[in-house]
Design a protein around this ligand. Structure first.
Ligand SMILES: [Fe+2]
Ligand SMILES: [Fe+2]
Length: 150
């Protein structure tokens, strides 16, 4: 797989994720006003979001990390920094997953935390695009990643 294909695939994923974040955010907003009716929907939508996000991150680890590593003289540093970002994001996701499982958690608190999470995820995606998905970094003339194990 060419670095430009890795880049396009991730940018497309990000578009889908941003649309999903907007939907989950409106559920979280609605809940602040009508908590009983909406909390089940919010939990479900958040769980789906988190599992899609984890899948997305696994794909990035598998294809973007090697592309970054091979990109140029700073590739190794860039790849390490990317992996560090993912470690931090995974800690945050684990915390939210645990919170979603706490049935006693007041819905309004849960909704507030989901909204914070959404803001963080948007900022993380913007940052990822700026620092790790630069077309000048992911150039096809540098390397091609073998995609044999799908
Ligand atoms: Fe990521
Ligand atoms: Fe991403």
């Amino acid at each position: 797989m060419q670095p430009s294909e890795v880049r396009h695939r991730i940018l497309r994923d990000h578009e889908g994720l941003r649309a999903r974040l907007t939907r989950v955010e409106s559920l979280a907003r609605a809940l602040s006003q009508d908590e009983q009716r909406q909390v089940g929907d919010l939990r479900e939508a958040s769980e789906t979001l988190l599992s899609i996000l984890r899948e997305h991150m696994r794909w990035e680890d598998r294809y973007l990390v090697p592309a970054l590593r091979e990109s140029d003289a700073w590739g190794e540093e860039r790849a390490e920094r990317f992996e560090q970002e993912h470690r931090e994001q995974r800690e945050l996701l684990a915390w939210v997953v645990a919170e979603l499982q706490e049935q006693q958690k007041p819905p309004v608190i849960l909704a507030a935390h989901i909204r914070d999470l959404i803001e963080t995820l948007r900022a993380d995606m913007d940052e990822e695009e700026e620092f790790f998905l630069d077309p000048d970094v992911l150039r096809d003339d540098v390397v091609s990643i073998d995609m044999t194990t799908g």
